[in-house]
Design a protein around this ligand. Structure first.
Ligand SMILES: N[C@@H](CCC(=O)N[C@@H](CS)C(=O)NCC(=O)O)C(=O)O
Length: 225
């Protein structure tokens, strides 16, 4: 049984979609990051980086959304893609893990969360997110999936952040990226997405991004110099 440490934010949502898409049995363990539960010693043993998601499986901890997707797909063979597409899969997973994810996250941070919103930072991260969207858009021309001709963890991983495109680059953001928009609509219409969106719906996660939440989420910003 997989223990899935979850908060309803983009990186854990990728794992929620993977688990719902594959039907692997799992136990949900909510981690309320706005309340600082990611810093509790028991959770830090699972993820020394203090972020969601993490999983435990057969006594093994795995942290970081893309590591979890790679681990589970290797273990189970589900959504792993074809052997001959392995190099493409690894390339696109790393593109998502090191590009789409971090630039999207920083764009959201500087546009919506940071107390000050410096023009340079807003511009830099939004433009880099847009550049990554453009790369993916061009790749998806004439394709239904990011890798090969079937759903893989690359699609699952990209969905987590492309789902937040309006927050990352603005309302109707995908209109400028027709292939990406078509791909996203197809993935988003899958029944597993509806189930993934319902994961943790009954959990009373803290919603207010008040001072205590800001300190829980970004403790390093408040540390003494
Ligand atoms: N590279 C990590 C990033 C994880 C991450 O940033 N998780 C966010 C939720 S999307 C989180 O737990 N934030 C709470 C915090 O940073 O304290 C991954 O892909 O799993």
């Amino acid at each position: 049984m997989i223990k899935f440490y979850f908060h309803h934010t983009p990186n854990p949502m990728k794992v929620a979609l993977y688990l719902e898409e594959t039907g692997l049995p799992y136990e949900l363990v909510p981690v309320d990051t706005y309340r600082g539960e990611q810093h509790e010693p028991a959770f830090r043993k699972l993820n020394p980086n203090g972020k969601t998601p993490a999983i435990e499986h057969d006594g093994q901890r795995v942290f970081d959304s893309n590591a979890i997707l790679l681990y589970l797909s290797e273990k189970t063979g589900k959504l792993a893609g074809k052997v001959e597409d392995r190099a493409e899969l690894l390339s696109w997973i790393m593109f998502i893990a090191t590009g789409i994810g971090p630039y999207s996250g920083q764009a959201v941070h500087f546009k919506h969360v940071a107390p000050e919103k410096p023009d340079y930072a807003v511009n830099r991260y939004q433009r880099e997110a847009e550049r990554h969207y453009e790369v993916l858009d061009q790749h998806l021309a004439g394709r239904d999936f990011i890798v090969g001709d079937e759903l893989t963890i690359a699609d699952v991983s990209a969905w987590g952040w492309i789902d937040r495109a309006p927050l990352v680059i603005g309302e109707n953001a995908l209109d400028r990226y027709p292939n990406l928009k078509r791909w996203f609509a197809a993935i988003d219409a899958r029944p597993a997405v509806t189930r993934a969106r319902n994961v943790g719906k009954d959990v009373d996660f803290k919603k207010e991004r008040d001072d205590a939440a800001m300190r829980a989420l970004f403790p390093q910003n408040y540390a003494a110099a």
